[in-house]
Design a protein around this ligand. Structure first.
Ligand code: SF4
Ligand code: SF4
Length: 262
């Protein structure tokens, strides 16, 4: 039986081979209705893509279009897209559809499905609200994931798992605002994080390979991989390619010794 034929309560979870029927596009009666009055949490990859599509820096994009939150249970920062006006409309919806369609966020790609772990999926809506679920075009969850570019997010989600799901790593939520800001910057604000790496004392402290520096200077995705490594190092002391600069360490040792003597 196809997933759409079953009521949501009995639906259970779909995995990658399960099928469902769906089509969306201009001409459908409910077109654009799901782009209003909705809570859209942005994935770290979304901010870089959306801000570039709009020709904005990530810092300006975040300030103009989003609200920063912190997860109650973990204290880890999260970012929500602001809706506009009385109709609580997404700022990017137009009569013709999404004006940043190629850079639309993860949640918009996933709709009408939802998932917590990327393996088990469920419907987030029903065919009375989302008329596209009455169409005959058939997908498996996996063909949908491929069509919507969701697989692009898989590896990064895996990389960021221990940072973003820190309740599995830490017993207490993060409450230190400086630490929250560090995580927010590294995950969601590539332009500010890039400035931090290249224009603070960061590169005096760490010995980073030239080829890595070259990549992260321009590439937001490479920078986010780098941010994941840096956060793992800064938060949990795990090192992959981050090495302290030897001269910096020697200088620090001398400073500590001098302090002890004085
Ligand atoms: S509610 Fe469903 S069919 Fe209607 S516009 Fe949204 S995704 Fe498309
Ligand atoms: S980003 Fe695009 S697809 Fe997502 S809610 Fe806004 S207009 Fe709709």
């Amino acid at each position: 039986m196809r997933a759409n034929d079953r009521p949501a309560a009995e639906d259970g979870l779909m995995t990658w081979d399960d099928t469902f029927r769906f089509r969306c596009g201009p001409g459908i009666e409910c077109f654009n209705s799901c782009c209003r009055d909705v809570t859209i949490f942005l994935n770290p990859l979304d901010v870089g893509r959306m801000s570039r599509a709009l020709g904005l820096s990530s810092t300006v994009f975040l300030g103009r279009y989003t609200t920063r939150l912190a997860a109650e249970s973990t204290g880890v920062p999260a970012v929500v897209l602001n809706m506009q006006g009385d109709g609580k409309t997404c700022p990017f919806v137009t009569e013709k559809g999404c004006k940043i369609y190629e850079a639309r966020p993860y949640s918009c790609r996933l709709y009408p499905l939802d998932t917590e772990n990327g393996i088990e999926y469920t419907f987030i809506t029903d065919s009375e609200t989302c008329l596209g679920l009455k169409d005959s075009r058939e997908w498996t969850v996996e063909t949908w994931r491929l069509d919507q570019g969701l697989v692009f997010y898989d590896d990064m989600d895996h990389q960021l798992k221990d940072v973003m799901k820190s309740e599995e790593v830490w017993e207490a939520p993060i409450r230190d605002p400086r630490m929250q800001d560090m995580i927010y910057m590294a995950l969601y604000d590539p332009d500010r994080f890039r400035e931090f790496v290249f224009e603070s004392t960061f590169l005096q402290k760490f010995d980073i390979d030239e080829d890595i520096l070259e990549k992260i200077r321009e590439d937001d995705v490479a920078l986010l991989y780098f941010a994941a490594e840096w956060l793992r190092f800064a938060l949990f002391g795990k090192r992959a390619f981050l090495k302290f600069d030897k001269e910096f360490l020697e200088r620090k040792k001398k400073e500590v010794l001098q302090k002890k003597r004085s």
